[in-house]
Design a binder for this molecule. Sequence first.
Ligand code: COA
Length: 189
Amino acid sequence: MTTFSDDPFTGDFSSLEPVQVFDPEILRQIYRLRVEAWIPNGIEREKFPGDEFRDDDEENPVYQHWAVMNQGMVLAAGRVSIHPTIEDAPAGDLFKYLDFEQVPPFGKINRLVVHPKARRHGLARKLDHVRLEIARAAGARTILATWARPTGEARYRMLEGQGFIRCSDFDIWHEFPIGMLTALYMPLP
Ligand SMILES: CC(C)(COP(=O)(O)OP(=O)(O)OC[C@H]1O[C@@H](n2cnc3c(N)ncnc32)[C@H](O)[C@@H]1OP(=O)(O)O)[C@@H](O)C(=O)NCCC(=O)NCCS
């Protein structure tokens, strides 16, 4: 059962489940949460004028935003999208030159963030689960993901544990604002 406290970022989150986000105000919260999540992991606040981060094409409906919320506040969030060609996917210019079986359509998971106070409650795992199910249900044959060192080794192990396979050297591609990326994919039947 969820414990209610004055602070929505603390408590027992075991009963909270991800929901898809459409509300522009909640999307703004997600863009701000990215910055709050990245800064303790070593990414400089100066990179984020306005203390938020949104991709140029963020509001393209191809991106489904999912969030775990408590008392109206976003605790954790992530995106999933489906793309007919690899070039269309975020970081597609990285993936298209890599040597792995590129079977379309492609699912892409990215922009996973968990509020620093809400970590280690399984929220990233719940967001991965829902996003992978969406990609599967949409018929994706390959799911793409990237990993960057500020995210931590636990996140890398988590991706491998779910079936992702590394398909690039480590730290092969620079992307703002996270830094050097490593590419992974998961083939689906
Ligand atoms: C990386 C991140 C997404 C993990 O989120 P989280 O909600 O704390 O992760 P979960 O609680 O779902 O844990 C998932 C697994 O990783 C492990 N894990 C998570 N953080 C860990 C840490 N710091 N050290 C060791 N293990 C860790 C958990 O034990 C769990 O494993 P288990 O299910 O086998 O027990 C979160 O720390 C974060 O938002 N980081 C900053 C943003 C970022 O780098 N995002 C990545 C993509 S850009």
